[in-house]
Design a protein around this ligand. Structure first.
Ligand code: SF4
Ligand code: SF4
Length: 285
């Protein structure tokens, strides 16, 4: 059987992903994620998986960050464009090369758990580094939506980045002067927010994160809220009050959010808005 040139195939696949909208396209070694808890291992999703193609993109546009209508960011903050791109790349691999390729679902599995640790996959591939605020940050673009394609193709891995994008130099200065950073200042864990941490010698050495509180804000209008409101409406004996619940703005926006997007749709961006990493991409005229 003819030996394939994996370096050229890798370069062709990543170029294709970039031409179709990925800002970042890298290959990770799935073996680096095999220590994850059961249910989150690449080999449990695809037998004989050899490579992870990690694509990042579809960040909100600069104008969307600027909008004074918060509903704009609630609407555009979705991973579905990256999901569509990942599916196209997976189909191309299977049809062109005859290897298995799966675009990992960006929705959730049983008990609302992810199918894969997307952040760990991105860090393993060097499609960004971990941040104090939570999202993986690309040094140039900052926050990006991610999609991961698992494949049985043995593509050469890129590996993790050597320099962390977080903390940015401005954050180190702010920490030294004020004992906080931009993301912690907008969402302080000890004052009703979700983020805390410490920086020492230019590195994040401690991180505190209130995941429950953050989730409630990021997915304010989403399935759990819909279920809670529906339960209240069903229990409400007064037909006028029942109508107010079902036709009120919370229930209406929740229905809109669920039907608009079948994948995760972020509704709070305040820590990312404050983050200097990638902020040049958001400043136009
Ligand atoms: S997404 Fe919103 S709620 Fe969550 S940590 Fe960032 S600012 Fe806080
Ligand atoms: S604001 Fe600074 S400390 Fe916070 S995530 Fe961004 S780079 Fe890291």
């Amino acid at each position: 059987m003819e030996e394939l040139d994996w370096v050229s195939i890798k370069s062709g696949l990543l170029d294709m992903a970039r031409k179709r909208g990925a800002e970042v396209a890298r290959i990770g070694d799935p073996a680096l994620l095999e220590d994850a808890e059961p249910g989150l291992r690449p080999s449990e999703l695809l037998t004989n998986v050899k490579s992870m193609i990690v694509l990042g993109g579809a960040a909100p546009r600069a104008a969307e960050w600027q909008s004074t209508r918060v509903e704009v960011m609630e609407t555009v903050g979705t991973a579905d464009r990256m999901t569509a791109l990942g599916s196209a790349v997976a189909r191309h691999i299977e049809e062109t090369y005859g290897y298995y390729a799966m675009n990992v679902p960006t929705s959730t599995d049983q008990d609302d758990k992810a199918f894969l640790d997307f952040k760990a996959a991105a860090i393993a591939a060097g499609a960004g580094t971990a941040s104090l605020a939570g999202p993986v940050l690309d040094p140039d673009h900052g926050f990006l939506y991610l999609t991961v394609i698992l494949t049985t193709m043995p593509l050469p891995a890129d590996g993790p980045l050597e320099e962390p994008a977080c903390p940015a130099p401005q954050c180190i200065d702010m920490w030294e002067e004020q004992g906080t950073t931009p993301c912690m200042a907008v969402c302080p864990i000890d004052d009703g927010g979700c983020l805390g941490g410490e920086i020492d010698q230019g590195l994040v050495i401690k991180r505190r994160y209130d995941a429950e509180r953050c989730r409630d804000r990021v997915y304010h209008y989403w399935t759990p809220g819909y279920q809670a409101a529906l339960e209240r409406a069903l229990d409400e004996p007064d037909s006028r009050k029942r109508k107010m619940i079902l036709y009120g703005s919370f229930f209406t926006r929740t229905m809109w959010s669920i039907t608009y997007s079948g994948v995760s749709q972020g509704q709070c961006f305040e820590c990312v808005r404050a983050c200097p990493v990638g902020s040049k991409q958001r400043a136009l005229q």
